[in-house]
Structure formats: structure tokens, C-alpha cells
Design a protein around this ligand. Structure first.
Ligand code: ARG
Length: 374
């Protein structure tokens, strides 16, 4: 990979300027020499740290950015074997979960020749059944069958945690099962409806995105899993509710004795509220950090004000920032933002198991997509 000195310069200058550091030119000529000699350059540990924080601060779709400066960075660039990488991913889960007091963290691996195939480190399998229906998470059907092809022993349950798939160079990808005791999960119950726990719903505690490319100063880190804590609507209004995901609203509405043939009785809205209450109540009861959408909206507005104070414009994607619940009662609903993509950032990339043609057709027009970055 040939590093681009122009992009390196932009990032290093920003790093020196925001941290009020002197002698940026010395560092820039050092980087220039390194690129001339080797074709690329290595960020110093403190540059990498700040670059990761900026990548979060620049993430237009994230409502949780008030906390960008508290991100912890695990520099794992020296690791070279599948097993070492798997151990580091397990440590990431433990460090992030922190017995429920979740810490935002990113683990950065060598930018070359390491691939983690998973979309998130913890994710539930989805199985297409003979009658065409799906058991588990429909979003994971394709990846699940890929894992089975690689030799994974499926359980065919509704909430089976998928294995980690790691590939070095173009060797055969290697599967690792995460030990059950390091996967924190929260069983869902409702503060008033005792039938709710009989639905046997649950969700994992920490979302750890592992399919995005971290770009800092022109260098792309294809393996840089990052995590924060959940906002309740992500689980309750989307993962468990979307008709193309776990699709649990009809089941909950039935238990509430609502007639699901009548739009006008707002059965989906009732069911959504009950599911959101259950997620917040159960996470709180289990001592696992989670934020509701009202607090998240307030925190985001605080972030916007702090950025303005520092003479920086917040870029944001309105359709992602506004939570999928009680939208107009939140301050973020009534604002507008510029959705320009700044560097450093996290970008989407196509799943590693897809062919070139599939990649092209799906993402060629998306500004966040790394295949169209250069
Ligand atoms: N929406 C994704 C999910 O439900 C997680 C995205 C990251 N979310 C976060 N709170 N850091 O799994």
C-alpha cells in the first residue's frame, strides 16, 4: 500500500495544531523520508491515539460523540498470528464490558494482511429454514452459511453467537468460537408485564463493530474493531423490532391483547414502547450501561455546542442521528447538519467473502464507502 504524503500532512498538521505541539515540520520530513524509502509510514502511538479519537469525532452517523476524547486505544499493530489476534479480540470484549461499566475502545491491528470477517465481534447467527423463514438474525444469514461452509458447527438456535473468522494474507480463514463466559448478555424482562420474560428474548451487552475501515492520515486499517455502549432503541426499535430482523412486534402486541389487523389502534407503537421499556429496565437491572434516546439526544446537542466553542463545525447525518422513537420530542430532530465526510474516519467496506461484482453493485455510490475513496 502506497501512503499518500498529502493526506499524512493534513492529519499530522491537525494533530499538532489541536494539541498545541511544536516542530510539525520535523515530523513531516521524517514521514516524507519514510514514505520515499518504504512506500508507507508508521504512525507514532500518540498519533494513532489521537487519529482514532478524530475518526470517532468525525463519524457523522454517531449520536454518542460527546465522549470522543475518552476513547481508549489498544495498539495491536505488532500481532502476527491468528491466535494472537483472537486473544486480543477476547481482551477487547473484556476490557470494553468492564463488568457493565462499559468503556469505549478501539483495537488497531496491522494495516496489512489481517482480515476479521465478522460484522461485529458478537453477533447472532441466522438460519434460512426449509419453509423459507429465518431462525435467528436474518441479517446474518449469508455470513452464517459462510461460517458453516468453513466448518462451523451450528446450533440452529435463535441466539447463537457466531464464531470469529480471521484470515492472514490469503491463507485459509480460521474459525474461533468465543468462550460463553466472556460474552455478556442481558435477558429481557419488563417492569410490569410478567409474561415478557417468557418470550425468552435477550441481547448482548456490547456492540463491537468490526467491518469498518479506519483511515488516518491516508493509512487504512482494515482491522480496527471499535465499541461503545448501546442506545436502547438500537436493540428495541431496530434489532428486535424491524420486520426484516427479529420482527417481535406482532408477538408482543398479541401478548398485550391488541388487534394487529387495525393500524389505527397503534399496536406497533404500543409494542415498541413495551420493548424499549424492557430493554432499558433489564440492562439497568443487570448493571449494564445503556443510554436512552432522550439522554443521547441531549448529549449530542452538548457535543455540538462544545465543538462550536472550539470553532469546529459538526458534520452529521440527520437520518442516522435522529433516533427511531419519539423523534420530534428530541432536540436533534429540529436541527440540520452538513453531512460532509471528514478524515480521519471509519468507512464501510464490502464483506470479504463477496465477489468483486457484488461489491460494485451494492456500494459504488456511497460516500462512506472505502472502495470509492480514491
Ligand atoms: N446498531 C448496531 C447494533 O444494534 C450497533 C452500532 C454501534 N452502536 C453503538 N452504540 N456504539 O448492533
Amino acid at each position: 500500500m502506497q501512503a499518500d504524503f498529502k493526506r499524512a500532512t493534513e492529519f499530522i498538521q491537525q494533530y499538532y495544531q489541536e494539541n498545541k505541539l511544536a516542530n510539525v515540520d520535523d515530523r513531516l520530513s521524517e514521514i516524507q523520508n519514510e514514505i520515499e524509502l518504504s512506500g508507507t509510514y508508521t504512525l507514532r502511538n500518540e498519533e494513532l491515539n489521537y487519529g482514532c479519537k478524530l475518526a470517532w469525532r468525525n463519524s457523522n452517523r454517531c449520536i454518542g460523540r460527546l465522549f470522543w476524547n475518552s476513547l481508549k486505544i489498544k495498539d495491536k499493530r505488532e500481532l502476527t498470528s491468528e491466535l494472537q489476534i483472537f486473544e486480543a479480540l477476547k481482551s477487547h470484549i473484556k476490557y470494553a464490558f468492564n463488568k457493565g461499566k462499559i468503556r469505549s475502545v478501539v483495537s488497531v491491528f496491522n494495516p496489512q494482511n489481517i482480515k476479521v470477517y465478522n460484522q461485529q465481534l458478537i453477533r447472532y447467527a441466522g438460519y434460512r429454514l426449509k419453509d423459507g423463514s429465518v431462525k435467528g438474525d436474518p441479517e446474518m444469514v449469508e455470513f452464517t452459511s459462510y461460517c458453516i461452509k468453513l466448518g462451523w458447527k451450528a446450533n440452529f438456535g435463535e441466539f447463537d453467537v457466531l464464531p470469529i473468522v480471521i484470515q492472514l494474507h490469503d491463507y485459509k480463514p480460521v474459525l474461533f468460537d468465543l468462550p460463553k463466559d466472556i460474552i455478556p448478555e442481558v435477558k429481557l424482562e419488563h417492569p410490569r408485564y410478567s409474561w415478557f420474560k417468557d418470550l425468552k428474548l435477550k441481547w448482548y451487552a456490547v456492540p463491537i463493530i468490526s467491518n469498518m475501515v479506519l483511515e488516518i492520515g491516508g493509512i487504512q486499517y482494515h482491522t480496527a474493531p471499535f465499541s461503545g455502549w448501546y442506545m436502547s432503541t438500537e436493540i428495541a426499535s431496530r434489532n428486535l423490532a424491524d420486520s426484516f430482523r427479529y420482527n417481535k412486534l406482532p408477538l408482543i402486541a398479541e401478548n398485550l391483547d391488541l388487534d394487529i389487523s387495525k393500524n389505527k389502534i397503534l399496536w406497533k407503537d404500543h409494542a415498541l414502547l413495551v420493548l424499549n421499556e424492557a430493554v432499558l429496565y433489564s440492562f439497568e437491572k443487570a448493571g449494564v450501561q445503556i443510554v436512552d434516546h432522550h439522554s443521547a439526544s441531549e448529549q449530542f446537542m452538548k457535543f455540538v455546542k462544545l465543538e462550536q466553542k472550539n470553532d469546529r463545525e459538526v458534520t452529521a447525518d440527520w437520518s442516522w442521528i435522529v433516533p427511531p422513537m419519539a423523534s420530534a420530542s428530541l432536540e436533534v430532530f429540529h436541527k440540520e447538519w452538513n453531512n460532509q465526510v471528514k478524515s480521519p474516519n471509519f468507512y464501510y467496506r464490502s464483506p470479504f467473502w463477496q465477489s468483486g461484482e457484488e461489491k460494485q453493485s451494492q456500494h459504488s455510490k456511497c460516500p462512506f464507502h472505502i472502495d470509492s475513496m480514491h
